[in-house]
Design a protein around this ligand. Sequence first.
Ligand code: MLT
Length: 387
Amino acid sequence: MFQYTCLNPIAKKGTDIFGSDYKLSDTLEGCDAVLVRSAKMHDMELPASVCAIARAGAGVNNIPVKECAEKGIVVFNTPGANANGVKELVIAGMLLASRDIVGGIEWVEKEKDREDIDKLAEKEKKKFAGCEIAGKKLGIIGLGAIGALVANAASALGMDVYGYDPFLSIDAAWNLSRTIHHSKTLDEIYTQCDYITIHVPLTDDNKKMINADAFGKMKDGVVLLNFARDLLVDEDALISALSSGKVKKYVTDFANPTVAGREGILVTPHLGASTEESEENCAVMAAKELRDFLENGNIKNSVNFPNCDMGTCISVGRIAVTHRNIPNMISQVTQILGGEGVNIADLTNKGKGEFAYTLIDLESTASREALDALAAIEGVTRVRVIK
Ligand code: MLT
């Protein structure tokens, strides 16, 4: 029986993936796995039983990913599962920034009791006029699952799309419309585009990447959209750029005291992935990742450990070892198992940055002593018996 907890409400379609072998718990105590959406986990005390965390979403900045790797806790995310939901809101954001739809709706609301509202509307509507997005240049920073969908949709709406992504995956490249210009530098995006939208994960290295220097290079009257994370933008520099007219509108999905209620800024309360479809897709993907890891030891879509797939566990004994990605680990592991007379039927070892994962199918079960000896190898962070 496995035990898991949800730190945020998670769509039922996802939690239904867990069968009768799973118990949903109210607390972390004794849990094998954790499902999370936006709860901040940096200061959370995790019990030693937790070996996996799955974020129902793409960004993992609410999870202490490296500390988890050091404890042998595999952190998963759900890349692409909410991409369409975010893409649709980005397109809406561009339209809201181009025409004063919000101002127009507010005007009607204010004047709703006037008998002559129809005549007055025709007189007043010029106050809310705007421009079209077709024919304008859109720069996309980051062409992952969301950026690529935005690129294709904007291109279909008649925009001239420029994409910048030095880490573009082959899959993403295949999915991009041939109309998208490949920008080799951020400067090309900054200097050429009328609309700029950011679709990169927040890391320690790219905090405030959209800073005064970047704003200085942008066209006057640029529209900036941020549905990724607020900390990617230096908001003090943004406020100056709005005051000078460099930035015409900032559309952000991240409400905070600096941007809320400020002229020239359209703020939504982190709604990008808040659709029934995105929430279900993320929950289902996260639950499937956890099940495959807990039941078979397989890893797919982890942000701190490599992918590893040895299929459904049908061997007599399967063990999973998380460890540092350093020399001599496999020989120490095989020596211990060999010394116990346990034959290895299959073994996969993969590394990702500082951390690595070894999944081993055995022809007989490993003894307690052998498991303890594996756990005592310097650099091993966790030994888990799958079967
Ligand atoms: C994401 O990182 O994909 C979003 O923040 C998901 C969400 O809204 O929870």
